[in-house]
Ligand binder design. Sequence first.
Ligand code: SF4
Length: 240
Amino acid sequence: MADAEVAVPTPVHPVTPPKKVPKPKTAAERKERVDRILAELDAIFPNATCALIHKNPWQLLVATILSAQCTDERVNKVTPGLFKKYSTIEAMATASQDELANDIRSTGFFNNKARSLIGAAKKIMADYKGQVPRSMEELLTVPGAARKTANVVLGTAYGIPVGVVVDTHVQRISQRLDLTRNDEPVKIEQDLMKIIPQDRWILFAHQVIHFGRQICVARKPRCASCPLDSVCYSKDKTLA
Ligand code: SF4
């Protein structure tokens, strides 16, 4: 899920240089720091949720597949018409791939996405009685659904915390906040699952995605407006 960056009006303060922020040394200090990060995220984004508009698990699966390398905003412009035209999973399963690709052209990578959507619909009709599966193992058999997509569907549509969604925002911010020292999403997810309580996995990802869009943006993070400044020793901090 890529997304446009949105400016938020928040108070500005002098940014603490990374070298002046103490790093946690003990397990207790690390836990205390994570608790502080979670509390700050709760304070800023208490009701964070998925920005992809959907009415059921199937629509969320479709929207998530479309959101690869595309903004949620763009996906939300395409899906209302798409769900009207292909109103059931069956209708998507029997769609013309060329026509579907044209319908989703503006989301990019439309040929691959059309192939995935038709494949996903066929798989769900054939093997899961027309219901989007509710387990990671089963979801990973659905074309177009890798672990991130499966986590989005399980967490947001079903409320099942099987893992942590690791998109580009969660990856970047987990690294900046030293919650992981890995680069691979699967390893980052494992690191997060060890330090974030399971009942926070779903909300945490939503909060971090919002945080990444609004404050800790990829280029020139808005550190002077960041409530996590005092615990952040990232070399990416924007001091000026
Ligand atoms: S915006 Fe990002 S880099 Fe800047 S202080 Fe906050 S968490 Fe650290």
